[in-house]
Design a protein around this ligand. Structure first.
Ligand code: PMP
Length: 388
């Protein structure tokens, strides 16, 4: 304890439940991890090479605050080609330090103290803390397992008050893998229009959709004006460590975000920007290959879990399966802890992602097929031993 009074808003934050779990798994031998939320692929060689070449050429200085003009142009081209959304590279894009920084500056730019943001749980663990650090109030709405973790418009409408400023929408979702289709997005758009809301759309998993075509929220009719589109290179392009993402939005959102970005970060790392440029220009084939591999693994893990008796909906995207553990009678925390100790398989307890995640676990299938096969054997043994 120090004699200093530090930030009360930081003190009020709960530490992430995921961390505690990883600390447990670290140091144990022979653990198969279905815990981490990142690709098992190494960034393709030509992307790494583009970075090396940029260093060889001596491109080691800051870039423009918003990012390399060529990269911003390529991002807008990519968004247009892939998702039919069009942005001006000069005024409507900022290259950020991961999607994480984009989410942070989005909320700092749009919230005034006490403004409410609807966070749909189960959700990525950073959302509510980031909203709260920006002075907002996170209003949690529970997407339910019975509904394949799809939030309903009725649930959203019920949560909207005159203080509601924004909805944070993540599809495909971490941790459930649930992806909303066009009709479902359109139903949300009706509410957004009616209540004049902003949507912060975390589309970081947009490249990883398996059954249906992906629809960006910004592409839903009338939603461009309401949407702050956030994405990045970590997931689809297997570039987590490069710390590179971006935000695209109408200039009235981008201007204040850029102000925060230039005072706090200056610019995203230059060498990573050169790598990202290469990834967008020639990396489409890599993305398709990696996606094919995740798709195969998704089908395997979901059918295995269901045949073990752990009910699991077919997640439309990302690389997470979110099966029920209710037949064991354990809490998700007990399940994950005992599975780790007894069978050496690391998963994440669903409860850390919010109330409606309790009774479930998150299994990341961004790991090799051999590891997945072995993990499923171990989980089966565990469940059969403990099933009531
Ligand atoms: N949003 C979601 C839903 C995520 O799962 C993650 C990473 N786990 C991020 C954002 C952050 O991604 P980045 O590496 O681009 O900061």
């Amino acid at each position: 304890m120090s004699e200093f009074v530090l930030s009360r808003s930081v003190e009020a934050l709960q530490p992430s439940g995921i961390r505690r779990f990883f600390n447990l798994a670290a140091g144990m031998e022979g653990v198969i991890s279905l815990g981490v939320g990142e690709p098992d692929f190494v960034t393709p060689w030509h992307v790494r090479e583009a970075c090396i070449q940029s260093l060889e050429k001596g491109f080691t200085a800051y870039t423009a605050n918003a990012g390399l003009p060529a990269l911003r142009k390529e991002i807008t081209k990519y968004l247009n080609n892939r998702f039919s959304v069009s942005y001006n590279p000069e005024t409507e894009v900022v290259v950020t330090v991961g999607a994480s920084q984009a989410i942070d500056i989005a909320f700092r730019a749009i919230l005034n103290p006490g403004d409410e943001v609807i966070v749909i749980e189960p959700s990525f663990v950073s959302y509510a803390p980031v909203v709260e650090l920006a002075g907002g109030v996170a209003v949690r709405v529970q997407a339910l397992g019975e509904n394949e973790f799809k939030v309903t418009p009725e649930q959203l409408e019920e949560a909207i008050t005159e203080r509601t400023k924004a909805i944070l929408l993540c599809t495909p979702n971490n941790p459930t893998g649930t992806m909303l289709n066009k009709q479902e997005l359109e139903a949300i758009a009706v509410l957004v229009k009616k209540h004049h809301l902003i949507v912060v759309a975390d589309e970081i998993y947009a490249e990883l959709s398996y059954d249906e075509e992906y629809h960006s929220f910004a592409n839903i009719e009338g939603m461009y004006e309401h949407t702050v589109l956030i994405s990045g290179f970590s997931k689809g392009f297997a570039m987590t460590g490069w710390r590179l993402g971006f935000v695209a939005a109408p200039a009235y959102f981008i201007e204040p975000m850029l102000k925060i970005h230039q005072y706090t970060l200056m610019c995203a790392p230059t060498m990573s920007q050169y790598a990202a440029l290469e990834a967008l220009q020639t990396g489409n084939r890599d993305v398709i290959e990696m996606k094919k591999s995740y798709h195969k693994r998704r089908n395997f893990i979901v059918s295995s879990l269901n045949s073990i008796g752990m009910e699991c909906h077919l997640p439309g995207g990302a690389f997470y399966a979110f099966p029920s553990i209710k037949s064991t009678g354990m809490t998700s925390e007990q399940f994950a802890e005992r599975l780790l100790m007894e069978q050496k398989v690391a998963v994440v307890p669903g409860g850390v992602f919010g109330e409606s995640g309790e009774g479930y676990i998150r299994c990341s299938y961004a790991t090799s097929m051999n590891q997945l096969i072995e993990a499923m054997k171990r989980i089966e043994a565990f469940v059969h031993q403990h099933c009531k």
